[in-house]
Design a protein around this ligand. Structure first.
Ligand SMILES: Nc1ncnc2c1ncn2[C@@H]1O[C@H](COP(=O)(O)OP(=O)(O)OP(=O)(O)O)[C@@H](O)[C@H]1O
Length: 346
């Protein structure tokens, strides 16, 4: 592995809670992140994602543990860390009554760019993030998606090698989310940046991240590629219905599942009138299913229906915790009326 761009060992953050109690926001974060990768940090509300990001970006001191970011210690070399990273938090960074272009220019000055360089960088970011039409408007007048793109432009002003994004797409409609992602990925390609982000959208992590870390109650409970997590912790499920009884279909289904490497190749078999339904776990089900249908047909077992259920990252979370991440996120984003005020106060 190349020298990690983020290296954390036993990072921990404990906040004082109500009535003398303690809230362990992050219990023990240990990880190495390779330069150039896109890592998604997933977990339910309150899992410790933002706190982890805020420690890694030097905004919050850890209670225990150590970490280096871009080769510098997050507690003893904070200025060096900050000079090398961009951070886009959950709240909009752009000042509401500043015009987008002016805000970018001020940001450039703040990072010590001279006037010509700040103008050049501002123009480049306005073009790259499609902000041309709104560059002379005040931030408060922008749509959610435009505002988030302006935030990202601000975070990119100092040319960071590493960009931290806390829920970049939360609250955007599907089209704006897709558009924002197009921009994020384009910026990443152009500048060979490392991206480390939190998101509540499991599909985004699945589609765009090379590495997925799942956190729950302040601990990392899974860390791998999305494909490997799904294959090892959830697995594909094939269902076929055939005319007639269980044999020879059950034998053929069992063999196909075993050949795919499934650890439990015995199908669940149930009679449905004159037909039989067989359900089995399989690896790489999209390759197993067509072959299975051909084999069943060749053996005289007429296939009436065939289904392939492929797991999502939510199935992975369900396997790990017995809870649905998707449902927890939805519940947190649409709290019931009687709990709305506590949710908002968080
Ligand atoms: N300043 C603080 N003081 C006390 N408790 C805090 C503070 N900041 C965070 N916490 C608590 O620490 C825990 C982790 O919070 P954190 O914001 O890191 O979670 P998260 O995974 O980012 O959640 P979300 O998805 O809602 O942003 C929560 O229980 C939260 O209430």
């Amino acid at each position: 592995m190349e020298t990690p761009i983020i290296s954390a060992r036993g990072l921990r953050k404990v906040f004082p809670g109500q009535g003398g109690t303690e809230v362990v926001a992050v219990a023990d974060l240990t990880m190495d992140v390779e330069p150039g990768t896109l890592t998604a940090f997933l977990g339910p509300n309150g899992a410790g994602k933002s706190t982890s990001l805020r420690m890694l970006t030097t905004l919050l001191d850890p209670t225990a543990g150590t970490a280096t970011v871009c080769g510098h210690d997050i507690t003893t070399e904070q200025a060096a860390v900050r000079a090398r990273i961009g951070y886009i938090g959950q709240k909009n960074g752009a000042a509401q009554y500043q015009r987008v272009r002016d805000e970018l220019l001020s940001q450039g000055a703040m990072y010590g760019l001279d006037c010509a360089e700040a103008r050049r960088r501002t123009d480049e970011l306005i073009e790259a993030l499609d902000l041309g039409e709104v560059a002379s408007r005040k931030t408060i007048t922008l749509s959610g998606g435009q505002r988030r793109r302006a935030d990202i432009a601000l975070g990119l002003m100092p040319h960071p090698r590493l960009l931290f994004l806390d829920e970049p797409s939360t609250g955007l409609d599907p089209q704006s989310r897709a558009n924002l992602w197009e921009h994020i990925l384009r910026m990443r390609d152009r500048h060979e940046m490392t991206l480390f982000l939190t998101t509540h959208y499991l599909d985004e992590a699945d589609q765009f991240a090379e590495r997925v870390m799942v956190v729950d109650q302040g601990r990392v409970i899974a860390d791998d590629t999305a494909a490997h997590l799904k294959a090892t912790l959830a697995g594909d499920r094939i269902s076929v219905t055939v005319d007639g009884g269980a044999e020879p279909a059950a034998t053929i289904v069992r063999r196909a599942a075993a050949e795919s490497g499934a650890t439990t190749p015995d199908p669940q078999v149930s009679a449905e009138g004159a037909q039989t339904r067989l359900v089995v776990a399989a690896n790489a089900g999209e390759h197993v299913l067509p072959r299975l249908i051909r084999e069943l047909d060749a053996a005289g077992a007429t296939v009436v229906t065939a289904d392939l259920d492929q797991p999502t990252l939510d199935d992975v979370f369900l396997t790990l915790t017995g809870r649905s991440l998707r449902e927890e996120n939805e519940a947190a984003q649409n709290p019931a009326p009687e709990t709305a005020s506590t949710g908002a106060a968080r």
